[in-house]
Design a protein around this ligand. Structure first.
Ligand SMILES: Nc1ncnc2c1ncn2[C@@H]1O[C@H](COP(=O)(O)OP(=O)(O)OP(=O)(O)O)[C@@H](O)[C@H]1O
Ligand SMILES: [Mg+2]
Length: 471
């Protein structure tokens, strides 16, 4: 159950039965008849090409059919097509009829065939044709746009099955069902807003619903509007990078920098992350990074000196400079998947830890009266060593400095819990009154100790680290 709860909703509510696939009655009928003809052993066409808009249930239907009919699903998607040898390997294993003991039929699913590039993945299309000719199992191809000229030969050997764009009413119905299953209160206006945005793409509608419902436990129209609009901007970053990297002329790339909300230091990270996705030619890569590194130098000078007039040069280098560096036509206009910058991901993952470090540095600055960077680079590392190796001493320091539990745990992964417990113990002990014998030798000793120089030092050490570092 707990695993199920963590699954993205598009996976959790994926159709498991053919009946769960909504709104595609005609396509379902055609597809089922074709699968039955295979199971009877006499298919008219050996392959089917399912096509239609994204998020309309194409992959889901094939998976549901395999599940319901007990067929094994052999799945490949665009990235596997690069090497025709992979397709040939599948072709070999699937061209044999199963032995008597191994009679289980398979469905061979080649998803996203329109992602194949006619030039870069040369040979892949021929291998698929070859696979269809030899196969002893149903081959299903899936594409968004089947009318691409490169798919012409494939169209001829396939049964064409069209998936329709889902209607808004259907999308809303599915969303309401999910809300009910998740026990979410859900305003009709919010469902309407999400369905409208999705334009028939149920995957994107379910993702939007999850983004709103998961965090807030309810789906109101105000939440949906504010959250999803913010998310749009994030999605736009992918478009922005794509437009820069595939720009043919400098002005095209330059124009994009005016059309984005991304700050220059964010945009440079997006470009940095995605150059190798688009530019695979080593010379292009070299030129593009050369240009980006110049942009980086300008940006850091702006930060250091505040000379904002340098920004135009930085922007030029990271947009037009990078765009014109990628020249090899084989990769320049190829549709590739972009990635979210690792650095931004890492920064958001480590935000909490960085905040603790900042707070700790501030606290130490107030004790030691030196710069924050000295604390971060010269003091905290030593404290970490102490906290890792001498928990008792660390606990006394922590108490003196009044460190929070999270700061203690930040200073020592290994001993964090132990030191927190020790601090608590010390705190309780310090609250207990110390019995002192009147006029006895003990009191005399104590009086002796707390005179003159010693007294001053004790006062200091009770303030915290000053005493410790001067020792
Ligand atoms: N007709 C449908 N009936 C029920 N659920 C659907 C339908 N279409 C889409 N979904 C939901 O959206 C998700 C994505 O659907 P699916 O992967 O089948 O889309 P697709 O048509 O293959 O899209 P793409 O072209 O992007 O691959 C599914 O997990 C399912 O939750
Ligand atoms: Mg799909």
């Amino acid at each position: 159950m707990s695993v199920e709860r963590k699954l993205p909703w598009v996976v959790k509510y994926r159709p498991r039965k053919i009946d769960d696939v909504v709104n595609q009655e005609e396509a379902k009928k055609l597809f089922m008849a074709w699968i039955d003809s295979w199971l009877r052993g006499r298919p008219e066409k050996k392959a089917a090409l399912i096509y239609g808009p994204p998020g309309s249930g194409k992959t889901s239907l094939v998976e549901a059919v395999a599940l319901e009919k007990g067929l094994e699903l052999v799945e490949m998607n665009a990235s596997d097509y690069r090497r025709s040898t992979d397709i040939e390997r599948i072709a070999k294993t699937t061209s044999r009829v199963g032995s008597l003991l191994n009679v289980k039929k398979k469905i061979i699913l080649l998803d996203e065939v329109d992602g194949i590039s006619a030039t870069a993945d040369k040979g892949a299309l021929d291998s698929i044709l070859d696979l269809i000719e030899k196969t002893q199992h149903p081959v299903v191809l899936v594409a968004n746009d089947p009318w691409d000229p490169k798919l012409r030969d494939l169209r001829e050997v396939c049964l064409m099955i069209e998936f329709k764009r889902l209607t808004k009413t259907e999308v809303k119905k599915v969303l309401r069902d999910i809300c009910a299953k998740e026990k979410l209160t859900c305003e009709e206006e919010a469902v309407d807003f999400i369905a409208e945005r999705a334009e028939g793409d149920l995957r994107s509608a379910i993702n939007d619903l999850e983004a709103v419902g998961e965090g807030f436990g309810k789906v109101t129209s105000a939440l949906a509007k504010s959250l999803l609009r913010a998310r749009d901007r994030e999605l736009n970053a992918f478009d922005v990078v794509r437009r820069i990297l595939i720009a043919k002329y400098a002005w095209q790339a330059r124009e994009v920098s005016n059309q984005t909300d991304l700050a220059p230091d964010e945009l440079i990270l997006w470009i940095h992350e995605n150059i190798p996705n688009q530019a695979q030619d080593p010379e292009d890569l070299w030129r593009a990074y050369e240009s980006l590194s110049k942009a980086d130098i300008y940006l850091s000078r702006i930060i250091k000196t505040g000379s904002w007039d340098l920004l135009v040069y930085a922007a030029d280098m990271m947009t037009a400079g990078v765009a014109l560096s990628i020249r090899n036509p084989q990769y320049k206009f190829k549709w590739v998947k972009y990635s979210f910058p690792e650095r931004i991901k890492l920064l958001s993952k480590t935000r909490e830890v960085r905040q603790i470090r900042e707070d700790l540095a501030k606290l130490l600055v107030s004790h030691l009266k030196c710069s924050t960077s000295l604390i971060k680079y010269d003091v905290i590392p030593f404290l970490k060593i102490i906290f890792d190796n001498n928990p008792e001493y660390a606990a006394r320091l922590a108490l003196g400095l009044n460190l929070s539990d999270s700061m203690i745990k930040y200073l020592s992964d290994k001993n964090g819990d132990k030191i927190v417990a020790l601090v608590e113990k010390l705190r309780q002990e310090s609250r207990k009154p110390v019995p002192v014998q009147r006029g006895g030798p003990q009191e005399e000793k104590q009086q002796k100790k707390t005179t003159g120089e010693e007294k001053k030092r004790n006062e200091k050490s009770s303030k915290g680290l000053e005493g410790f570092f001067k020792k």
